[in-house]
Design a protein around this ligand. Structure first.
Ligand code: SF4
Length: 219
């Protein structure tokens, strides 16, 4: 079998490549593709909808999203005609577990709802980027997520903050209302704090503990 030549560096464009990855994923998996977006920014939702118009975009609503995030997701859905599906946790969960056992809280409010969202899907698209944090530096573009039983696709894994800024400017995507208040990474309100200039983007997530991931991503 012939081995493809590596592409010349000047022909590699992570933004164009991400659209190509999403279109390949849709050709390969069709309606069995699940795109999740946390709406901390509008990039992945906009990009997925541009690559595959009308593609379903899943928001995992833990019950502890900032009110600003709920408003922002709704605003982007109307502005860009996004097809947003909201998945919520079991309504009977204890409301206070985040105070004593954040891992159990994430398991019940993020991981279990994601498992439900992926139940009838073969592939999962995420907005994970290598520049998010040290623990995500080696995130692949595509791999088998054996724990979840799906192919995991990270189309913007190689995007830098400059790629994000260029895409946002090109498509006039508004910022999350908390972005200019020191929140470069936005999760649940009990577990997200603003960060200082120059800090790791995810430094405000579970800032008082060793926890760095919610359990959705094994990176
Ligand atoms: S991030 Fe915090 S509030 Fe959100 S699910 Fe995890 S522990 Fe619960």
């Amino acid at each position: 079998m012939a081995v493809a030549e590596p592409r010349p560096a000047e022909t590699i464009d992570p933004i164009t490549d991400a659209i190509g990855v999403l279109q390949w994923a849709h050709r390969r998996f069709g309606d069995r593709l699940c795109v999740t977006a946390s709406f901390g920014d509008g990039v992945l939702a906009h990009l997925a909808n541009a690559a595959v118009p009308g593609v379903e975009i899943t928001l995992l609503d833990t019950g502890y999203l900032f009110a600003e995030t709920e408003w922002y997701a709704d605003d982007l859905a109307h502005r860009f005609d996004l097809n947003v599906r909201v998945i919520r946790p079991d309504a009977d969960l204890d409301r206070n577990v985040w105070q004593t056992d954040p891992d159990a809280c994430c398991a019940a409010r993020k991981v279990e709802p994601l498992q439900r969202a992926l139940r009838d899907r073969d592939a999962w698209v995420t907005g994970l980027r290598r520049s998010d944090s040290e623990s995500r530096r080696r995130a692949p573009f595509v791999h088998d997520d054996l724990l979840k039983g799906v192919v995991k696709i990270n189309p913007i894994a190689a995007w830098t903050d400059d790629h994000v800024a260029a895409y946002v400017e090109r498509h006039e995507i508004p910022d999350h209302p908390l972005a200019d208040r020191g929140y470069p990474s936005i999760g649940c309100w009990p577990c997200t704090r603003p960060v200082a200039e120059g800090d790791d983007q995810r430094a405000g997530r579970w800032a008082d503990s060793d926890k760095t991931e919610c359990g959705l991503h094994q990176v």
